[in-house]
Design a protein around this ligand. Sequence first.
Ligand code: ATP
Length: 243
Amino acid sequence: MQPILEVSDLHVRYGKVEAVHGINLKVAPGQIVSVIGPNGAGKSTTLNAIMGNLPPIGATQGSIRFLNLELSDVAVESRVVQGMSLVPETRELFATMSVQDNLHLGAYPRKKAGEKHYMDQLETVYELFPRLKERAKQDAGTLSGGERQMLAVGRALMARPSLLMLDEPSLGLAPLIVKEIFHIISRLRITGVATLLIEQNARAALQVSDYGYVLETGNISMEGPATELANDPRVIETYLGFS
Ligand code: ATP
């Protein structure tokens, strides 16, 4: 199947220091793909480079093809319009706005699609996250950690992306909530969206993924179908042993 995202020979540098050294990765339509690896390996850097969201000191080299368009020199706003959406580690919600108003803002890149599209997408998000529907009028700042993560994902989905990128969705959440978040990620398949997931929780990430990459010090050291990676002795020893 033709990939919707194809990253080739991607290098990312911060000033003089190169953090990502020429990696290749692909995501096919509707797939869940995870990138696992230790702290500082370059996972967030990779995601931000794909999104075009690096800090000013960051620079990329290589190719980022998305839906058959070369996007490596295109601004983040255009990537959003083309169908990429990133949920950053920091989640970046508007704390003093209601759940529904946060979702409404998420639909902004699709404002030309009209009210009916907005209502349909809101319905899809509320189906996926009934908890958000119950709390539609509540301020985002008063939500629990898990609910905030649901809202961050829901808001990203409001833009009707073809590719949803999630940066450490389980970070800082209690184990039961982590389980719930990963259950939701696996259910994202029903919306048809492809998901690129960056995680330190390798076990949970591989369980919901079709394919996985291991990123270590800026290089892809291993890749394969998620079930194969999860059974690879090196992955078990380094990333799954104690989790
Ligand atoms: P973590 O899980 O800890 O967030 P990560 O795998 O996402 O780790 P990155 O945050 O992408 O790793 O960091 C990769 C490397 O790039 C690290 O050495 C980090 O110090 C460096 N780095 C990240 N952001 C910047 C920046 N804004 N300026 C300079 N160096 C940076």
